[in-house]
Design a protein around this ligand. Structure first.
Ligand code: GMT
Length: 377
């Protein structure tokens, strides 16, 4: 197949999933064209099957807001036409689904039929998409897509609950490349950051309010009362300044390291003992899956799709959003007994293996074929 993939090129989960999917499809013999405004962060290798088309938005003094959606739509029309694409797969509804639907309608005027598949990732539905300023366009572009997927059952339900959706939604969960995300021996690194055998707790995110990183810091403060421990915070974003302030107030600066955006996340996860994901909402929790693949138990909230990944009492614990006391209690319970910690680590890895990229990508291929056949009729 000759597939166009549209996504955010950043470190965010939807861009990561889209890029890893494209890379896997290229390795399976498909031609994959990434169409976006910057080379995707995870597009770290090229094959003869991988192509990258950069979208330029021309500037003009009149434009207070560069019209990216219009530039993307025009670029999609061009790439579909001249690269003879079979399918457009867009990740994150805003503005990718509406741009693709518009491109499809423009191409139809030239007698070119291009099926559009939209994958919804979470905040495009639960946070941003449902806002009145976007809702009609999001609803229209979901209903006008030829195929729609969500990354969890929970997000599928949210989509039906929040929007008037007239089409079927397929759930295809997120996946993990276990050849990259697996526990690596980085003892020298562990000794450097935890020289006295401190337990290493980790959180990674885009540092937005929805991630409730303050809860992660408060849980860590409770853990530290019971055992020597350090907290690694990976990622960056608007909340960082507030979290830095909280660390100072709690007098925890010596025990917490802000690592910023990292490319080799798996190396850092490999030396850690426990992952924290206290999110307010989370459609799937890809960051938790990456941690589990590196043998980390997860203390998380029970929001959204997280319970479809983290298994209560087996791979970690699920607590109510904001219930720092229970999160702390469960974290200490896992960490205080080495045999128990080992058991949770093994269970986390076993669970991660159920989301092996080699098992999940064929679901996308099957769905592509179904959508292409149905849209020809
Ligand atoms: O986590 C984020 O805020 C980034 C966001 C994105 O769209 O890039 O992540 C969403 O998509 C990921 C990949 O499907 C999911 O694993 C995340 O759970 C989801 N985030 C939220 O729902 C908050």
């Amino acid at each position: 197949m000759n597939i166009g993939i549209v996504c955010y090129p950043t470190y965010g989960g939807s861009g990561v999933v889209a890029t890893e999917l494209g890379k896997a499809l290229a390795l399976r013999g498909h031609k994959v064209h990434f169409i976006t405004y910057k080379q995707p962060a995870r597009l770290d290798f090229f094959t003869e099957n991988t192509f990258y088309h950069e979208v330029y938005v021309s500037s003009y003094p009149l434009f207070d807001f560069p019209p990216y959606e219009t530039a993307l739509t025009s670029h999609l029309v061009d790439v579909v036409k001249f690269e003879k694409l079979d399918l457009l797969h867009v990740h994150y509804a805003i503005p990718h689904a509406s741009a693709a639907v518009m491109a499809k309608q423009i191409l139809a005027m030239d007698g070119i039929h291009i099926p559009v598949i939209t994958t919804l990732h979470g905040t495009d539905i639960t946070l941003v998409g449902k806002d009145a300023s976007f809702e009609p366009v999001v609803r229209y572009s979901i209903n006008m897509s030829d195929g729609v997927t969500t990354v969890s059952e929970s997000l599928k339900k949210d989509t039906y609950d929040l929007f008037d959706i007239t089409r079927q939604i397929e759930v295809i969960p997120n996946f993990i490349d276990l050849s990259r995300f697996s526990k690596q021996n980085r003892e020298h690194f562990k000794t450097a950051i935890a020289p006295n055998g401190e337990k290493l707790i980790v959180h990674t995110s885009n540092f937005r309010k929805v991630k409730r990183i303050d809860d992660a810091v408060k849980v860590f403060a409770e853990i530290r009362k019971k055992m020597p421990a350090k907290l690694l915070l990976m990622g960056d974003g608007p909340e960082r300044i507030n979290i830095e302030k909280l660390c100072r107030e709690l007098n925890l600066c010596d025990s917490i390291t802000f690592m910023g955006k990292q490319n080799q996340v798996e190396e850092i996860l490999s030396v850690c003992d426990l992952f924290l994901m206290p999110s307010e909402t989370e459609s799937f929790g890809l960051a938790a899956l990456e941690a589990m693949a590196c043998e980390l138990p997860v203390i998380s909230s029970n929001a959204g799709g997280i319970p479809e990944l983290n298994v209560e009492g087996v791979t970690g614990y699920l607590c109510n959003v904001g219930d720092v006391a229970t999160m702390s209690e469960k974290a200490i319970y896992i960490l205080e007994d080495p045999a128990r910690l080992k058991q949770f680590k093994q269970a986390a890895l076993a669970r991660a293996k159920e989301f092996d990229i080699n098992e999940i990508v064929p679901h996308y291929e099957r769905f592509y074929n179904e959508v292409m056949s149905a849209s020809k009729k």
